[in-house]
Write a protein that binds this ligand. Structure first.
Ligand SMILES: [Mg+2]
Length: 364
């Protein structure tokens, strides 16, 4: 067993993430935006108070603006915030340029978002940090955009690396530093730890990787279900999920619209449960698994919210679990009164089940 683990640890993985992608593109194309707090999203004053911030530049972030924040809230935090509506066609074009550059380095690429991907460069003879430097240079040359890169032997560490020195930085986490890096890591920075998980950890007195590592696998499973396994291995700087080539398809999902708006939380839960069962049946039939679960909610005045949850591994195809996740997102979106016209549940980041079964640790 340990020999197998060691063998699979012998990889060179890069995680590449363009810094504040949409905002950086707009600042590149209009330098007057560089020094002002910039939010990519619709101006609430021009859109009846609607709009969500897709990305903010670093000036706006300092003022407390962050992505997924409602535009009104963002404006409250930062009254001078300049809004620019997103131009997704442009971002997709640039994303294509960036992906072409990735392919100069390896063909084993797992896209995570338009501006973010894992690259397995194990086969490349050059040292991974040198490759990271060259990649950053090529992206700058072609697009005049900066990115952050993490370099390590697995995806979780590579991703943590790219987040470590943002923006415009490189962080290399070799074997000999990995354990120490994870011990010091605040618990909120572990992959998949959101608000609710954080709250549980607070109650348990778990503050960082060191505290987490002290917990047994059994205890972690009791508190966090199958996510306990993910946490257990993360604390040990161990993660064997391969860099997966492009997904077999975009998404599998289902939506329900309601003739009469729903106002009752229990009815929402029942609707999500019904959707989850249908989506799971469809995934089973097609023998697929997904890493991202997206919830879509449209209310009575046609405001649509979509929120996704992405795991380092794939979701268990469990309607009860999906329903719980959907309700967490729903409760965050509508803490009080609501009037819902449409609900949707969609899996994206899809892979085939047979592919997942290849590796013992893929479920993480
Ligand atoms: Mg980015």
């Amino acid at each position: 067993m340990s020999e197998f683990l060691q063998a699979k640890d012998n990889r060179k993985i890069l995680h590449v993430d363009i810094d504040a992608f949409y905002a950086q593109v707009e600042m590149r194309d209009n330098p007057a935006l560089r020094k002002v707090p910039l939010g990519i999203g619709r101006d609430p004053d021009k859109h009846h108070g609607h709009g969500v911030i897709a990305t903010a530049n670093y000036v706006a972030r300092k003022a407390g603006v962050h992505s997924a924040m409602g535009s009104i809230e963002a404006k409250r935090a930062c009254p001078d915030l300049v809004f620019v509506a997103p131009d997704f066609d442009k971002y997709r074009r640039i994303s294509g340029q960036i992906h072409a550059i990735f392919h100069e380095f390896t063909d084993t690429i797992e896209p995570v978002a338009l501006d973010e991907a894992y690259l397995d460069v194990t086969e490349n003879k050059m040292a991974a940090p040198t490759l990271a430097a060259q990649l950053r240079h090529r992206i700058w040359q072609e697009t005049k955009l900066t990115c952050s890169v993490g370099v390590s032997y697995n995806k979780v560490l590579a991703k943590l690396g790219s987040e470590h020195h943002k923006p415009n930085g490189v962080t290399v986490i070799p074997h000999e530093l990995a354990e120490d890096f994870m011990l010091k890591l605040p618990i909120k920075d572990f992959r998949g730890v959101g608000k609710k998980t954080l709250l549980k950890f607070e109650k348990l007195g778990v503050k960082d990787g060191r505290d987490l590592k002290a917990m047994s696998l059994d205890d972690l499973r009791v508190y966090f279900g199958s996510f306990g396994d993910v946490l257990y291995w993360q604390a040990r700087a161990t993660h064997f999920s391969p860099v997966k080539d492009r997904s077999v398809r975009q998404s599998v999902g289902k939506e329900s619209t309601f003739e009469l708006a729903i106002h009752d939380r229990q009815a929402v839960e029942a609707a999500f449960k019904d959707l989850a069962e249908k989506v799971v049946a469809n995934m089973q039939k097609k023998k697929l698994l997904g890493r991202t679960l997206t919830v879509k909610i449209r209310d009575d005045d046609f405001k649509t919210q979509t929120k996704g949850l992405t795991l380092a591994g794939t979701f268990d195809l469990d309607p009860a679990f999906m329903t719980r996740q959907a309700m967490l997102i729903f409760d965050e979106a509508y803490p009080e009164d609501f009037s819902v016209r449409l609900l949707g549940l969609t899996f994206s980041n899809i892979i085939e089940q047979k592919y997942e079964a290849v590796s013992l640790f893929d479920q993480f």
